[in-house]
Write a protein that binds this ligand. Structure first.
Ligand code: HEM
Length: 408
């Protein structure tokens, strides 16, 4: 194994200082250590856009997510001596931990309602929800832009996708927020069932297995699925496969909407330019909001076959983390990457990942952001952010503005 040169600099994804603000670390990594080895976790960190772009495009079994796409320190602290095989079929963990074709087969069960056409049919529903929130929030004068606006809208759509009553949206939002809080030194393990999450999802599976209640495409697809050995998924196993939609659908979009709107209001000239033609411009600004504000910092893979990059060879069983948060700020890909520029050219984006694990919710995410930003700009002529009260909690996973108090 090659040992990259480490001068005085050190990077550890679970270091509290990194979790509080990773951006300055990313700059050094990209410039000095494009393949950075962290011995404690037997992990290589990739930080340059082009490297991550190429690595994630490999779909030939060189990299697998057999230890999860977001392993905690407890997982990474155990070092492997060779390739890690796929988990046993039962009890089935989140399907991302399997390689092809099982991974794709289970993913397909949950993907139907997230395809472009069904997502487009949600347009009026999302617009109505956004306006209902604004009807309630604007008279209040002061509220949390992240949680009270985008948070509730996104969680309501997740409830509808998962067959949950929409009255539970605020509870679902609070549960996912709490579950994603990372502890300094250890990170989060969101792919495994958090007891609270399954308490929401398992009853829906039980209900559909009993043949009662309205159809729920995601649940019904999972219940009809048969594994290669002919077995089906238990109630808990099916509920676990819904966690990606439950978590991914709830927590990312609200942070991007709120932070993106904050950036526009910080740059009054840009705000005026976007306002000049909302229908044409919000979808352009949305891409910059995603590049600049997307909170997910990295995802992991376990190496299954030797792989060499920048003269460093990774061995089977070692891990790779793709620093998507760094890729979005790479000056080799974007001019002046730390500036928010609503209409900058964005030819390539890694915020949704790439390749095998490419975000399943990409169409829904783009639609929700477009609608929520548009409706806000239509109805709110001006607002003030209370920056001292805004919160961006330290995290190895979701480093985003989870609270942005505003006054309208
Ligand atoms: C702008 C908002 C969003 C961003 C930036 C985002 C980002 C990502 C990224 C980077 C991945 C890949 C993880 C990896 O490579 O291991 C991913 C996966 C995923 N996302 Fe999203 N996401 C967003 C919104 C959503 C929404 C709205 C949903 C669902 C309603 C969703 C559901 C999922 C699921 C299920 C996966 C797992 C895919 C798999 O491994 O099969 N995401 N997301």
């Amino acid at each position: 194994m090659n040992s990259p040169v480490i001068q005085d600099f050190s990077y550890d994804p679970f270091d509290p200082a990194v979790m509080a603000d990773p951006l300055s670390y990313y700059r050094v990594l990209r410039d000095e250590h494009p393949v950075y080895y962290v011995p404690k976790w037997d992990v290589y960190a990739l930080s340059r856009f082009a490297d991550i772009w190429d690595v994630l495009a490999r779909n030939d079994g060189t990299f697998v997510a057999s230890e999860g796409t977001l392993p905690s320190s407890a997982v990474l602290g155990v070092h492997n001596t060779g390739p890690v095989s796929d988990p046993p079929l039962h009890p089935m963990p989140f399907h991302a931990n399997f390689d092809s074709p099982l991974y794709e087969d289970v993913r397909r069960c949950t993907s139907g309602p997230l395809r472009p056409k069904p997502v487009t049919s949600l347009t009026d529903r999302i617009r109505r929800l956004a306006n209902e929130r604004l009807d309630e929030l604007l008279p209040r004068g002061r509220f949390d832009l992240t949680q009270d606006y985008g948070g509730i809208v996104a969680a309501t759509i997740v409830c509808e996708l998962c067959g949950l009553p929409t009255e539970l949206a605020a509870d679902v939002l609070a549960a996912v927020n709490a579950g994603s809080q990372a502890q300094p030194g250890s990170g989060v393990e969101v792919a495994n069932a958090r007891p609270g999450y399954l308490d929401y999802l398992r009853p829906v599976v039980e209900r559909r297995r009993a043949g009662t209640g309205d159809p729920v495409a995601i649940v019904d697809g999972l219940l009809n699925y048969r594994l290669p050995d002919g077995s089906g998924l238990s109630d808990v196993e099916a509920a676990v496969q819904m966690l990606g939609v439950f978590i991914g659908g709830t927590e990312t979009v609200p942070k991007i909407v709120a932070h993106g709107l904050w950036e526009l209001h910080r740059h009054r000239d840009q705000l005026a330019a976007v306002r000049a033609d909302l229908d044409a411009n919000v979808s352009v600004a949305r891409e910059e909001m995603i590049r600049f504000c997307a909170p997910a910092q990295w995802f992991a893979r376990t190496v299954r076959r030797p792989f060499t990059i920048h003269d460093t060879t990774m061995q089977p069983g070692q891990r790779l983390i793709t620093l998507l948060g760094s890729a979005g700020r790479d000056g080799r890909e974007y001019d002046d990457p730390d500036a928010f520029v609503w209409n900058r050219p964005i030819e390539r984006l890694l915020a949704f990942g790439r390749g095998q694990h490419f975000c399943l919710g990409v169409h829904l995410a783009r639609l929700e952001i477009t609608i929520m930003v548009t409706e806000w700009l239509k109805r709110v002529p001006d607002f003030q952010v209370d920056p001292a009260a805004a919160e961006r909690p330290p995290s190895s996973f979701q480093w985003g503005w989870s609270s942005i108090p505003v006054e309208v």
